[in-house]
Write a new protein. Structure first.
Length: 81
């Protein structure tokens, strides 16, 4: 896949609690992705992690631009902190 957003094994933990575990996403440039699920299923947490607003491992990647210009490695859009 060239360009787009690739997420492999996304995991988000708060303290000792795993709230999202092993999520994989492939979003091709120009496509729209909708996350559907019950309340509390992790939709917002996944979005926050992909945007760099929630702690996660491993970091989501965009092949064309791994992180925003000027942001430290592992933070900001398409990165985990």
């Amino acid at each position: 896949m060239s360009g787009g957003l690739v997420v492999r094994g996304l995991t988000v933990r708060y303290g000792g609690r795993t709230v999202v575990d092993g999520v994989d996403l492939d979003v091709v440039d120009g496509r729209v992705l909708g996350l559907v699920g019950e309340s509390g299923s992790g939709k917002s947490t996944i979005a926050r992690a992909v945007l760099g607003l929630a702690p996660c491992t491993p970091a989501p990647s965009r092949p064309a631009a791994r992180r925003s210009a000027g942001s430290p490695p592992g933070t900001g859009p398409a990165g985990c902190r």
